[in-house]
Write a new protein. Sequence first.
Length: 109
Amino acid sequence: MSAATLSPATPATAAKLHPGAPFLPTRQHLLAQGWQPLDVHRRANDEFMGTEKALRQKAIVEVEACAMDRAICIFNYRKGRQCLRLFTEGEQVGKMKIYRWTWDCAQAQ
């Protein structure tokens, strides 16, 4: 079953979620639809490197993690009681594409 089949989101949100969609415009659409970035990093001493650091410097605080061996990152959002986790491919922020998504809630780290 695809993530879109399980979608509790509005049609406007679901329409923007598709594999290969560019991350930054999709993020802007989500924020405009009322999705809030969810920062799962609670410790002040969390260190970020590589792509995670580049994302944080662009105030994209919802990044949970980026793999070191593959160009995959995870981002977390909340809208009311709904959660959304986006998975992207790509190492350069401006070239990231949506890979997949789930409606799971991330755990604080």
